[in-house]
Write a protein that binds this ligand. Structure first.
Ligand code: F6R
Length: 610
C-alpha cells in the first residue's frame, strides 16, 4: 500500500531516496516525504501532499537536503486523509525519532491515549505517529531496546524504517506482515518495500521475515530476531534488468505491460514444457497426493480471483475434481470446509495481499496443502505456501494488472495439464494437442495485439458512455469479469459483467437505447445461446461490440457495430487471448477520458491492509 525506502552511505541521501520513491510510487501516491540526517543540518523532514513531484519540487530534487542517512515514504492513506501533516515520516515529540511505516497499527488508539495521558502531544491523525512516540517513550540510551519494547506493544502489521538522531550513522528496519527488502551495496546499504527501488544500486538483496529487526549502516546490515538473537540472511541476486521497471518509450506502464504479454508468457510457459510434456520441477506435490485430492479451492482477490474464476471452468472439465473459487476477504471469515485432501491454490501477483495471506494461513491451519501462484519472488505468500509456482512476469508497475493476469492463467494451464496427466484423464492425443496449443499461445497473442488500432478506434467511439456491460457464457463470462474490472478501475466508467443467460432475471432492465454491451462469444459450444442474448439486448436498443472468432464473423455482422476477432484455440485457452483486447479497450477508453492510467484514483498496487 505504501512504499518505503531507506539509505545509509557516504553520498547525499535525498536524491537516492527520491529516485527510489519514484520506483515505488505505484504502491501509494497520495503524499510523500523524506527524513534525512546531516552532520551539520541535523534531522530534516520534508513532506508534501499529492504526487511525488510535489515533494521533488519542494526539495529541489533533493539538492536542498544534506545528509547521508535517510528514509523516504510514498503513502496510500489509511488513518487520516492525505495531507502534509499526515504524510510520513512521522517524528516524535522530542524530535529524536523519525519513522516511516507501511501497514496498520490496529491498537493505535489505545496506545495513543496511553501516551497522551503521559503528556505526549500528537500532531497527526495517523496510526504511525504512535510508533514514533512509543519508541521515543522507551528510548533511554539503547535504541534497539526501545524498538523492541515499542514493537512488543504494537498489534497489527508493519514494515518500518526508523531513524534516531543519537545514532545518525544507522537506520533500523522491522517487519511484520509487510514486505521489506534489504539491499547490500558497496559502502552503502538500502532498505525498500520492493527490489525495484534498489536495483539501480545493487542486485544483492535479502528479504526480511516477520519478527526480524535489521540495523543498517554504510558498511553492514545486521539482522536479529524479535529476541535480538542474530540471524544469518540468505542473499538473492536480482536477475532482471532495470529497464523492466521503466517505461521504455511507452506512454504508460500499462500499455508497455500489455505489449509484453507474449514474452512474459513465453518465459512463464516454455521452460516448463520439455519434449511436449509439462514438467513442474519446482512442485513437490507427489502423484499419490494428486490422486488423493477431493477438492481444489482457489483463493485470491481482484484480477487474481478472476483468474481463479476462469480456471474453475477448465480445471473441472480436465480433472473432474470440484473446484471452488473464493474471494480471500470472504474465505478467511467463512469457516471454510478444507482438509488434507484439499489443495488450496492462492493466486497473487504481489504475494503480499493481506486478505490472501490471511486466507492462506487459515487454510494451512485447517490442514490443507497450499500452493501459491505468485509473481514477486521472496514475497510473504511465496514464502509461506507449501509450494510455489512463480509466474515469471517480471516487475508489474501499472496498478491495473495485465501481464500478471496472463501469466497466472498460464501457470494454471500448466498445473491443469500436469494434474490431468497424473490422473490419466486425457488421451495421449488430447494431451498432445493441448500442450501444442499452449506453446502457440504467445504467438497467437501477438496476432491479437496487431489489432491495436481497431480497438483504439472502438474505444474512441465509445469512451463517453457512462455504463458498459460485458456479457458472455461459461468461460467467456469469467473472462468478462476481468474486462469489466479493467475498464472501471482505470476509466471510472460504471461497468458490470453478467452471465449472458442471467440478464433476463433482472439486469436487462438497465439496457436502454445506446447502452454499450461488449458481447464475449469465443466459446463455440454456446455461441448460439450467447447470440440469442445478444439479439435480446440489441432489440432493446443496445450497441454491441462483439469479441469472437473468425468462424462467427458473418453471424455477428448483423448485430454488432464493432467486431474484434481472436484466433481460435481450444476453449480453455480462449480467455488468454480474449482478455487482451479487453485490456486494450480499457486502456484506450481511459486514455480518451484523460485518466491517470498507471495510478488510478483511490487505488494502490499492493494491498497490504485488510
Ligand atoms: C486489478 C488488480 C487487483 C489485484 C488484486 C490482488 O487490476 O490489479 O484487482 O488483482 O488487488 O492483488 P494480488 O494479485 O497482488 O494479490
Amino acid at each position: 500500500m505504501c512504499g518505503i525506502v531507506g539509505f545509509v552511505g557516504h553520498e547525499e541521501a535525498a536524491p537516492i531516496l527520491l529516485e527510489g520513491l519514484s520506483r515505488l510510487e505505484y504502491r501509494g501516491y497520495d503524499s510523500a516525504g523524506i527524513a534525512v540526517y546531516g552532520q551539520e543540518d541535523g534531522l530534516q523532514v520534508y513532506k508534501a501532499k499529492g504526487r511525488l513531484k510535489a515533494l521533488c519540487d519542494l526539495v529541489d530534487n533533493g539538492a536542498a537536503v544534506h545528509g547521508t542517512v535517510g528514509l523516504g515514504h510514498t503513502r496510500w492513506a489509511t488513518h487520516g486523509q492525505p495531507s502534509d501533516l499526515n504524510s510520513h515520516p512521522h517524528v516524535s515529540q522530542s524530535g529524536r525519532i523519525a519513522v516511516v511505516h507501511n501497514g496498520i497499527i490496529e491498537n493505535y488508539l489505545t496506545l495513543r491515549q496511553r501516551l497522551q495521558a503521559r503528556g505526549i502531544h500528537f500532531v497527526s491523525e495517523t496510526d504511525t505517529e504512535v510508533v514514533a512516540q512509543l519508541v521515543d517513550y522507551y528510548y533511554k540510551d539503547d535504541i534497539m531496546d526501545a524498538v523492541v519494547k515499542a514493537l512488543s506493544q504494537v498489534e497489527g502489521s508493519y514494515a518500518l524504517g526508523i531513524l534516531c538522531i543519537d545514532c545518525p550513522d544507522q537506520i533500523i528496519a522491522a517487519r511484520k506482515d509487510g514486505p521489506l527488502v534489504l539491499g547490500y551495496g558497496d559502502g552503502c546499504n538500502f532498505l525498500a518495500s520492493d527490489v525495484t527501488a534498489v536495483i539501480e544500486h545493487t542486485r544483492d538483496v535479502s528479504y526480511m521475515e516477520d519478527g526480524e529487526i535489521a540495523v543498517l549502516t554504510a558498511d553492514s546490515i545486521k539482522v536479529y530476531d524479535s529476541l535480538l538473537n542474530p540471524v544469518e540472511k540468505e542473499h538473492f541476486t536480482v536477475d532482471w534488468e532495470i529497464s523492466a521497471a521503466e517505461k521504455g518509450g511507452y506512454e504508460h506502464f500499462m500499455i508497455k505491460e500489455i505489449m509484453e504479454q507474449p514474452d512474459a508468457l513465453r518465459k512463464c510457459l516454455f521452460p516448463r514444457i520439455k519434449n511436449h510434456k509439462v514438467v513442474l520441477e519446482d512442485l513437490s506435490l507427489d502423484e499419490e497426493y494428486i490422486r488423493s485430492l477431493h477438492k481444489i479451492d482457489i483463493v485470491a482477490c481482484g484480477s487474481s480471483y478472476h483468474v481463479g474464476m476462469v480456471s474453475k471452468y477448465f480445471l473441472e472439465s480436465l480433472l473432474r475434481i470440484p473446484v471452488e473459487v473464493s474471494l480471500a476477504s470472504e474465505f478467511r471469515y467463512c469457516d471454510p470446509i478444507v482438509d488434507e485432501h484439499t489443495l488450496v491454490i492462492v493466486i497473487s501477483q504481489s504475494g503480499e495481499t493481506a486478505d490472501t495471506l490471511a486466507a492462506l494461513r487459515q487454510a494451512k491451519k485447517l490442514g490443507a496443502r497450499t500452493l501459491g501462484v505468485v509473481n514477486v519472488v521472496g514475497s510473504s505468500i511465496a514464502k509461506e505456501c507449501d509450494d510455489v509456482l512463480y509466474t515469471w512476469a517480471g516487475p508489474e508497475i501499472a496498478v491495473a494488472t495485465t501481464k500478471a493476469y496472463s501469466t497466472q492463467l498460464g501457470v494454471l494451464y500448466l498445473l491443469g495439464l500436469h494434474f490431468a496427466d497424473v490422473l490419466g484423464r486425457l488421451s495421449p492425443d488430447r494431451y498432445d494437442t493441448l500442450v501444442r496449443q499452449l506453446l502457440l499461445l504467445p504467438s497467437c497473442l501477438e496476432q491479437v495485439l496487431e489489432q491495436k488500432e481497431n480497438i483504439q478506434y472502438l474505444a474512441f467511439h465509445y469512451f463517453n458512455h457512462e455504463s458498459i456491460f460485458f456479457i458472455g457464457r461459461n468461460i467467456d463470462y469469467a473472462m468478462g469479469l476481468e474486462g469489466s474490472l479493467k475498464l472501471k478501475e482505470i476509466s471510472y466508467i460504471h461497468s458490470e459483467a453478467y452471465a449472458a443467460g442471467e440478464l433476463k432475471h433482472g439486469t436487462i432492465s438497465l439496457i436502454e437505447p445506446g447502452t454499450l454491451v461488449v458481447a464475449l462469444a469465443t466459446y463455440g459450444k454456446l455461441f448460439d445461446k450467447t447470440m440469442s442474448n445478444i439479439v435480446e439486448v440489441k432489440s432493446r436498443g443496445a450497441d454491441i461490440i462483439a469479441l469472437t472468432t473468425e468462424e462467427h464473423t458473418a453471424a455477428m455482422e448483423s448485430q454488432a457495430s464493432g467486431i474484434i476477432l481472436v484466433p481460435e484455440l481450444d476453449p480453455m485457452f480462449m480467455p488468454s487471448l480474449a482478455v487482451v483486447p479487453l485490456q486494450l479497450f480499457a486502456y484506450y477508453v481511459a486514455l480518451n477520458r484523460g485518466c491517470d492510467i498507471d495510478k488510478p484514483r483511490n487505488l494502490a498496487k499492493s494491498v497490504t491492509v485488510e
